[in-house]
Design a protein around this ligand. Structure first.
Ligand code: NCD
Ligand code: ZN
Length: 345
């Protein structure tokens, strides 16, 4: 058994990450690369990363900004214009590890996303044939839908039928927020999995309104009631193979967050691993952190577990108040505060 103050695990990976581009990429990537060995890189740039050539160029920009040893695992952005031939090329290139479905107009840079999944059935069929995972932003779009019901409705109306139509396709339901999603994934078989973020483990929706409006905690899908937060913590801490770490770290400039119409996305990279460790500690489940952070993701993506190991120690680590990116500032989750666990250097 590990001691309560120290834990050595295979080096973890982040299975859902927004790095952006340019100055922001260079500013945020070091926070991820200092603790995570690999990361699944989200393709929702503006314009989005819709083909293998754009993806190769983006990968090169990431590698130029990255310290040695960090490996970006790239994804393509699915649109209604994506062709099955693009999927074949992606599967063959060796650096594309998934294709991301954004339902149109649900989140940051989703305007080019998919309005009607019926229009992408040929592409999904190609993904199933080439065994390329589908990564899903699980929210139903529509002005009439209550924002807190979007994930549940997406699962009922879109994901369950899609799962039935493409039984061999590997599907990751990203950044789950509800007990409905956790229950669905737990029973959906080995080709279905979910990522869980640190902020959805840390906060219920109350935290958005804690003494006033908290724009730096605002993300999509929205955090839900405390009972849902507890269900997510139980799923993560269970060690079950279908749940793994994905931070959804999603930086936005301070002025875009502290705005009359603020952007969705939480920049959590500086605090993420410390938060996860604290959640597992609270649950008395530290011995299962390695499964969630370092083993389940590689197994699902069919990649080797990292050979390097890291040691987490139960010592406070300060989280920077803000991070400079070009002429902008980005405010991290728990910025100016601290996390209870850090990686021993
Ligand atoms: C993400 C972003 O800013 O790119 N925002 C968010 O609130 N999670 C997009 C996403 O993952 O939905
Ligand atoms: Zn995301």
């Amino acid at each position: 058994m590990p001691s309560a103050h120290e834990l050595t695990i295979a080096a973890p990976d982040d299975w859902h990450l927004h790095l952006r581009d340019g100055d922001t990429l260079r500013a945020v990537l070091p926070f991820t690369a200092r603790v995570f060995r690999r990361a699944i890189i989200m393709p929702n740039l503006d314009p989005p990363v819709t083909d293998v050539a754009l993806c190769a160029a983006y990968r090169e920009r990431i590698l130029r900004a990255a310290p040695p040893g960090f490996e970006p695992l790239m994804t393509l952005y699915l649109t209604e214009q994506t062709r099955p031939g693009t999927i074949a090329g992606a599967a063959a290139c060796g650096f594309v590890h998934g294709v991301k479905l954004y339902p149109k107009d649900t989140t940051t840079h989703s305007a080019a996303g998919v309005g009607d999944t019926g229009k992408i059935s040929g592409v999904l069929e190609a993904m199933q044939r080439h065994d390329l995972p589908l990564l899903v932003h699980g929210e139903a779009a529509g002005a009439g839908i209550d924002p807190f019901d979007r994930e549940k409705i997406f699962i009922e109306r879109t994901l369950i039928p899609l799962r039935a139509d493409f039984p061999e396709l590997r599907i990751v339901l990203e950044h789950i927020t509800t007990s409905d999603a956790a229950d669905y994934i737990a029973g959906a078989g080995e080709r279905s999995a979910a990522t869980i973020t640190p902020h959805h483990l840390l906060y219920s929706r109350n935290a958005l309104f804690d003494g006033g409006l908290r724009p730096h905690r605002y993300c999509l899908p929205l955090p839900q009631r405390e009972a849902h937060r507890r269900a997510l913590a139980a799923a993560a801490c269970s060690g079950a193979a279908s749940f793994f770490l994905g931070t959804d770290s999603a930086p936005h400039a301070r002025h875009d967050k502290e705005s009359a119409c603020g952007c969705a996305g939480v920049f959590n990279a500086p605090a993420a691993l410390g938060i996860y460790a604290a959640i597992f500690e609270q649950a008395g489940a530290l011995e299962r952190l390695e499964a969630f952070a370092s083993l389940n993701g590689p197994r699902f993506y069919r990649l080797p577990v990292n050979r390097e190991r890291i040691t987490l120690v139960r010592e406070a680590e300060a989280v920077p108040r803000c991070v400079a990116a070009g002429g902008d500032e980005i405010v991290p989750l728990l910025g100016g505060g601290e996390v209870a666990w850090r990686v021993r250097r």
